[in-house]
Write a protein that binds this ligand. Structure first.
Ligand code: CP
Length: 309
């Protein structure tokens, strides 16, 4: 991609290693803007349409915070029922109108492919903020940025990914970015019902990237540098008794962590339910709140790179 101006951000596979370097270097600069160390990055007059047709706390508010930190404006949709999509307006017509009122569209929608439909309907840049069972590329960007900040490298890492690997789309997006780095070894820890989907496994096999799959939490984090925990997504289960049967099976506690390196970086895209016990929060290597905070400089960097001309 290299030149970001007016590009769409739809999926993680579009990024090269050089793209990530550019985004992360700009995100470092944006941290200085946030802390007030530097200024001059603000560009007047841009408007972001913040289109969230599915619930969100971190993604929507960090995008809107990023826009405001850059001195720009935001118009917001925080629920599908408050828009004319609830009156059966098509995604295409909705996109054309939203693009007339803004310079960039950030969109979350429950249907896979919906953000692509929106970007096909407008010349304005569109950022995917999570489209159904598909991807969450900006979450993956901030996850990789967090790994870089916490471990000081992106090569030579063992990353254990835990729990709902079937529906946990952030884990798929993370794999589709981390494969760009050398010597990254994945461990997938989950019950068999929630294994990593075939599309991710096939991708790793095609790229010759090492991975292992296990149902055993403790052996799965042995000697890992990073543990990435996901939430069991109750809303994706058609049979709620299946959710009730599984919900307490993989809970990260200080006892489980005794099987890992003492400094293992603990990540979670949040929100969490019960899968990371609150006793873990006090550990210096519990990085999940810093990870959420990193959403602002990373999203500032993306918005800046897409809109700066
Ligand atoms: N991690 C994440 O996407 O959080 P939200 O659903 O709150 O945006």
């Amino acid at each position: 991609m290299t030149n970001f101006v007016h590009k769409n951000i739809l999926h993680t596979k579009q990024f090269s290693k050089e793209d990530l370097e550019t985004i992360f270097k700009t995100a470092r600069d944006m941290e200085d803007v946030i802390s007030g160390k530097t200024s001059g990055w603000q560009l007047a007059g841009k408007i972001m349409a913040s289109l969230f047709y599915e619930p969100s706390t971190r993604t929507r508010l960090s995008f809107e915070s990023a826009m405001k930190r850059l001195g720009w404006e935001v118009i917001t949709v925080a629920a599908a029922k408050s828009t004319s999509l609830s009156k059966w307006e098509s995604l295409e017509d909705n996109a054309i109108i939203n693009a007339m009122y803004s310079d960039i569209l950030v969109m979350r929608h429950p249907e896979a492919g919906s953000v692509q439909i929106t970007s096909d309907a407008t010349e304005k840049p569109v950022i995917n903020a999570w489209d159904g069972a598909n991807q969450h590329p900006t979450q993956a960007l901030l996850d990789v940025y967090t790994i870089l900040k916490e471990r000081w490298r992106l090569d030579n890492l063992t990353i254990s990914i835990v729990w709902d690997l079937k529906y946990g789309r952030t884990t798929h997006s993370l794999v589709f970015l981390m494969w760009l780095y050398d010597n990254v070894d994945f461990r997938f820890i989950s019950p068999v019902e929630l294994k990593m989907p075939e599309k991710v496994i096939t991708f790793l096999k095609d790229k010759n990237i090492p991975y292992t799959e296990t149902t055993d939490y403790k052996s799965g984090i042995d000697n890992a540098d990073v543990i990435y925990v996901t939430r069991l997504q109750r809303e994706r289960f058609t049979d709620i008794s299946e959710y009730e049967r599984l919900k307490n099976d993989f809970i990260l506690t200080n006892d489980v962590l005794l099987s890992g390196k003492p400094d293992i970086t603990i990540m979670h895209p949040l929100p969490r339910v019960n899968e990371v016990d609150h006793e873990v929060d006090a550990l210096p290597n519990a990085a999940f709140f810093r990870q959420a905070e990193n959403g602002v400089p990373v999203r500032m960097a993306l918005l800046y790179l897409l809109l700066k001309d």
